[in-house]
Design a binder for this molecule. Structure first.
Ligand SMILES: C[S@@+](CC[C@H](N)C(=O)[O-])C[C@H]1O[C@@H](n2cnc3c(N)ncnc32)[C@H](O)[C@@H]1O
Length: 325
């Protein structure tokens, strides 16, 4: 598929917060003038606005679990009226949304630049702030509380499994030793602690801070990001109209693996190399529209470095769903 012909309004392409893989997402999701779309990750509203601007007949339902996203949705409500609805909802609880039969659904995973660039949210070690890292600060534990109280097994899962940090033993040891000192609840002190024990090139000469992977792992654990994604994919699929399209943009291999396996399962294919389920037990409910993930162009990566690791996978629900046994 060629994406170059998709017209991206200047107001979107030029905004500070740049929606990732926008032309590609539009090409897959906007296939007719009357579309009913669901944006499960509203963020700054970049994709949602582009959907609404693509045709005056498009209707968009958007959700986000970050309470601050609701404020960013207000201008779209004012501008597009009944064509746009926002819900303060976690996509892991998508079954609570009443609407169904969407022609297209998007999940653009991860963080928005608003979250990353706000010191008080505690996602980044670039700013001094409380190590919170919750997408929805109204629920659950902050990162600092998690690191103070969680079992060693849970901390290992965050640093080794979710962060894929090679020096996980030293990082976990340092975290456990620092309990009760106040270090774990402060972004810059936590990052310095991790940097003091993590391996890799000297970080002042490297482009990647040595706490990057551990911060990612802690954030994934605190927000139950993989669990929410596992729940959301079948719920989103169930909300597609026949022939509807599900598009997911992921930013790291753990998310992408979940998406890839779910998409392969829905299209009646083995989920992975060791999946030996006989073919007669597989059910094909969808067609894969992307055999390999779509990646940003060099031009997009240069313009928007946050798009670097983005991977888009898309599937189309079959018009005629096979009957359940
Ligand atoms: C990368 S941003 C989306 C950016 C958006 N597509 C745009 O163009 O502005 C991801 C958003 O998804 C939200 N999010 C992440 N996990 C979520 C979940 N489980 N439920 C609802 N929203 C979630 C985050 O709060 C964040 O605002």
């Amino acid at each position: 598929m060629s994406f170059a012909c998709v017209d991206i309004p200047n107001s979107i392409a030029m905004a500070d917060h740049q929606p990732v893989l926008l032309a590609e997402v539009l090409a897959f999701l906007i296939t007719r003038t009357h579309s009913k779309l669901l944006d499960c990750t509203f963020g700054g509203g970049g994709h949602a606005r582009a959907f609404l601007q693509a045709s005056s007949e498009t209707h968009v339902t958007a959700l986000d679990c970050d309470p601050e996203a609701a404020g960013r949705a207000l201008p779209l409500e004012a501008e597009f009226g009944k064509r746009f609805r926002f819900h303060d909802l976690n996509f892991g609880e998508l079954d609570q949304l009443e609407a169904n039969d969407f022609d297209g659904i998007l999940l653009d995973l991860g963080l928005s630049s608003f979250q990353l660039d706000t010191a008080e949210r505690g996602f980044s070690f670039r700013f001094e702030g409380p190590a919170d890292m919750r997408l929805d600060p109204r629920v659950g534990q902050s990162a600092g509380e998690f690191l103070e109280k969680a079992t060693k097994v849970a901390i290992v899962r965050a640093i080794r499994d979710y962060g894929e940090e090679k020096s996980w033993r030293r990082v976990v040891g340092a975290i456990l030793s620092a309990r009760g000192t106040g270090t774990l609840g402060d972004t810059t002190r936590l990052a310095a602690l991790i940097a003091s024990v993590a391996g890799g090139p000297p970080w002042r000469t490297s482009r990647i801070h040595p706490a990057t992977k551990s911060f990612q792992g802690i954030r994934i654990a605190v927000n139950r990001e993989l669990e929410n994604l596992e729940c959301a994919l079948p719920l989103a699929f169930a909300k597609l109209a026949p022939g509807g399209v599900l598009a997911v943009i992921s930013f790291h291999s753990l998310e992408d693996r979940i998406v890839k396996r779910f998409f392969r399962r829905m299209s009646g294919k083995p989920e992975h190399r060791k999946d030996s389920l006989p073919q007669q037990f597989r059910i094909c409910r969808a067609n894969l529209l992307t055999n390999r993930p779509v990646r940003p162009t060099e031009e997009e990566k240069a313009r928007n470095p946050r798009s670097r690791s983005a991977r888009l996978r898309v599937l189309r629900k079959l018009e005629n769903q096979p009957k359940e046994n």
